[in-house]
Design a protein around this ligand. Structure first.
Ligand code: GLA
Length: 370
């Protein structure tokens, strides 16, 4: 394994453990996690592999095969910058529970595609440290720790979905997660048996406002919940009544979150009933709600969705935080080429950079490789 070789040549010994953690796409349940709601992501075949050994001197040495140059050595967590913050953040959150570590990282999550390469990095490092320092953390505790690293150390106020997906997913399954109770279930997702596949369309477009707008959406949801006298928008049971009490953006955000939670439950119902061919309409309505009520889509995502549907997809939506990144399309195998051609043509017509197509098969969550 090349990450083991990189570790050996940088640090002069074999790593004591090697863990792999994947990125994710979300089938449905977008911007619901931090509203205590429901999500249904699955792990993608790409991820981050971390080769790790403990150190007794509180130092952290860190190298990434995707970054040039010598390994970084940190004595203080705050010295970490860029991608290194996601790994060092995990050590910072663990604090006294761990001492130092030598870490080599190799990743193949397509960058900037919104497939949670950062969660994969956090969860791979956290899983390795959990083993090496005998912390006895469950996969969900590893996810929570990783989320805390991202919230408190990196400063991105994300919910729990990405890290939970990376830690808990199972091959051939999507992960149904109740983001309040943190109860989860692996739901079989054998689309191939129905002649279907999920195509990821990476728009290759990234909008700078993503982080600021994300924090703003969270604040709007929290403010709406306060006005409605509930702990979180998850608790709204009378949507019509709630909408009468709200105005403007908060009204729209509430409409999205409440209906999106219903869509997650409806989609799971269809999967359970063995009718995955029928989930397309739910994907489409999720997209429209994200575009019009939650306002986190982008022209590139909208065109990817519309052109997929014109090309014969059974359903499509943006996935992840929005403002760029990827869309997913549910496509019958025989329509795959048609969908790709339709999206490529629509992008070319507008003079946009060509999108990237990635086949998404539901893969395994974090696992020890060596
Ligand atoms: C990002 C965040 C997640 C989630 C999604 C939107 O991926 O990291 O916690 O909020 O956006 O569903």
């Amino acid at each position: 394994m090349r990450v083991v070789e990189a570790f050996r040549s940088a640090f002069g010994a074999d790593p004591e453990t090697v863990w792999h953690a994947p990125g994710r796409v979300n089938l449905i349940g977008e911007h619901t996690d931090y509203n205590d709601g429901f999500v249904l992501p699955f792990a993608v075949p790409w991820g981050v592999t971390a080769a790790v050994s403990p150190r007794q001197d509180n130092r952290i040495r860190l190298l990434s095969m995707q970054a040039e140059g010598e390994p970084f050595t940190f004595r203080e967590y705050e010295e970490a910058t860029g991608w290194a913050r996601y790994a060092v953040g995990v050590l910072a959150v663990l604090g006294d529970r761990v001492r130092g570590a030598d870490i080599a990282i190799d990743g193949d999550v397509p960058q900037g595609a919104g497939l949670s390469s950062s969660a994969a990095l956090e969860v791979s490092v956290a899983s390795a440290l959990n083993e090496l320092y005998g912390l006895g953390l469950t996969p969900m505790e590893i996810a929570l720790l990783s989320q805390k690293a991202e919230n408190d150390f990196v400063g991105m106020p994300c919910g729990i979905m990405d890290q939970a997906a990376s830690a808990l997913c199972r091959e051939g399954h999507a992960l149904f997660l109740d983001c309040r109770s943190l109860g989860s279930r692996n739901i079989p997702l054998d689309l191939a048996a129905h002649g279907l596949s999920i195509l990821i369309i990476d728009t290759q477009a990234h909008h700078e406002l993503a982080d600021g707008e994300y924090a703003k959406r969270r604040a709007e949801c929290e403010s709406a919940a306060r006005k409605l006298g509930v702990d979180a928008l998850r608790d709204v049971t009378d949507l019509a009544g709630a909408l009468e009490l709200l105005h403007g953006d908060e009204r729209k955000r509430t409409m999205h979150v409440v209906t999106e939670n219903h869509r997650v439950e409806a989609l799971i119902g269809l999967l359970r009933a063995g009718k995955p061919t029928e989930i397309g309409l739910l994907l489409n309505s999720s997209h429209l709600s994200l575009r019009d009520q939650y306002e986190v889509s982008s022209p590139e995502l909208d065109v990817a969705v519309e052109a997929s549907l014109r090309g014969g997809a059974r359903g499509a939506r943006m996935t992840g935080g929005g403002f760029g990144g990827s869309a997913i399309a549910l496509v019958a195998e025989e329509r795959l080429d048609g969908v790709k051609e339709s999206v490529s043509a629509a992008y070319a017509e507008r003079g946009w950079q060509a999108p990237r197509f990635l086949p998404a098969t539901p893969s395994s969550g974090a696992r020890r490789l060596v």
